[in-house]
Design a protein around this ligand. Structure first.
Ligand code: NIG
Ligand code: FE
Length: 411
């Protein structure tokens, strides 16, 4: 099946020699082709170039994109998309002055979600998550990482991961799963959280691995949550069972999370609202993608991660939604792209790299997706008529995506 997309006003983020990620100054480089075509063969990008060079061959389907741009699908490398309940009452508590940590201490937050998750069936969780994925997909996301972490018991964590497995099997999105048993400390383990860490290590990880349910292992390594020592033990156990670390770090405090992630070869360290020079130094020369979650900082009014400083220091930066009911109830990567420019002062080119190629790297799929390159999966969207690619971050809050293609098929 050959599909030709023709008369593309501008084909954005093309690569002739695909890179695994874009670092430092490379982040400001982004190539485009004006008045372009894109040729898809089955689920793969077969060719692209200017309209004057369309291959002389037969096409099964032609799509006319006159006045519209084509972008590679967003890659959202950090989400908690499987959850049972929204938490807008805590949102109101926050407006009235309670902090995220205070809400967590009194049993709200992640524990609130865990209670609702325990009460929900796998079927119910699956139906809700599938509906969310459907919406995410039509906003332009083509690859997504999804974490467990609202279970906090062996049974519930397995239930969440089985939901993610079903989503993987049934969705056209590229999905990676992440086991986040160490997301919160259940009430009954308060004061002796090392016993909960033991449960994660001795019971949960082996069971998760036995069913092959997780690509990654995650820990919420932060003040008031899991310590660096807890994190080390859990990451080492996960690694023994073939899971790659990908962790939450430095949201509440300079927690040592960045360093412990780098030390264990984490594919990414995420949040990074609290970063000193030592954290930036630790990331230099590593294979760990620093990942910023602008929706969470916005929703909780947290300090902004020093994205500019990191890029100027030569580091790559990825950005993701952190889609979850507690700290970032937004599924919209178009909004993250806007925040990257507006709040973090990334140029549109840097921001596009952050939400496509670099976030693909942060979930280990940048060989397959994240840019328009021959041989990569045909995951892209056609915009509504827009004047320029800079309009994408500029017109924040507006849905600029008109048609979505995943694996070469319109969805
Ligand atoms: O990434 N920071 C830790 N975990 C999630 C929030 C979870 C929640 O509050 O439900 C996050 O922000
Ligand atoms: Fe998160």
């Amino acid at each position: 099946m050959r599909t030709l997309v023709k008369n593309i006003k501008e084909l954005v983020q093309v690569e002739y020699q695909p890179k695994l990620c874009a670092m430092g100054k490379e982040m400001s480089r982004m190539e485009t082709v004006k008045d372009a075509y894109l040729l898809v063969e089955d689920d793969t990008i077969a060719a692209f170039g200017p309209m004057t060079e369309i291959p002389n061959t037969h096409f099964d389907r032609e799509v006319d994109a006159t006045g519209r741009m084509v972008f590679p699908s967003f890659c959202d490398s950090h989400t908690h998309l499987v959850y049972a309940n929204s938490r807008e009452l805590e949102f109101v508590d926050k407006i009235r002055g309670l902090s995220y940590e205070e809400i967590a201490k009194r049993g709200g937050g992640i524990l609130n979600s865990a209670k609702a998750t325990a009460a929900a069936s796998e079927e119910e969780l699956y139906d809700m998550a599938q509906q969310r994925l459907h919406e995410v997909m039509h906003l332009g996301t083509g690859a997504i990482e999804i974490k467990s972490g609202y279970g906090l018991t062996t049974e519930s964590e397995l239930k969440l991961l089985r939901v993610i497995r079903r989503l993987k099997e049934n969705s056209p999105l590229t999905i990676k799963s992440n086991f986040l048993g160490a997301h919160g400390i259940p009430m009954e383990y308060r004061g002796h959280q090392e016993d909960y860490v033991d449960l994660v290590i001795n019971e949960m990880i082996p069971k998760v691995a036995a069913e092959g349910l997780a690509d990654f292992i995650d820990v919420f390594c932060d003040q008031g949550f899991f310590t660096v020592e807890d994190t080390e033990r859990i990451l080492e156990a996960g690694i023994r069972y073939g899971m790659k670390p990908k962790i939450h770090a430095n949201e509440m405090a300079i927690s040592g999370g960045v360093q412990v992630g780098v030390k264990h070869g984490a594919i990414s360290v995420d949040h990074l609202e609290q970063m000193g020079d030592a954290e930036i130094e630790a990331l230099k020369g590593s294979e760990t993608m620093p990942t910023i979650l602008p929706g969470c900082a916005f929703f909780l009014n947290l300090p902004l991660s020093p994205a500019r400083k990191m890029i100027d220091a030569g580091l790559p930066v990825a950005m993701a939604s952190d889609y979850n009911p507690g700290t970032s109830p937004s599924n919209n990567m178009q909004l993250i792209l806007s925040m990257a420019c507006i709040r973090y002062r990334l140029t549109p080119e840097e921001a596009i790299n952050a939400v496509t190629l670099n976030s693909a790297y942060a979930m280990g799929v940048s060989r397959e997706v994240g840019t328009i390159a021959v041989g990569k999966r045909a995951n892209f969207y056609i915009t509504k008529p827009i004047p320029s690619y800079e309009y994408m971050p500029y017109a924040f809050g507006e849905n600029k995506v008109e048609r979505v293609f995943l694996n070469g098929k319109e969805v």
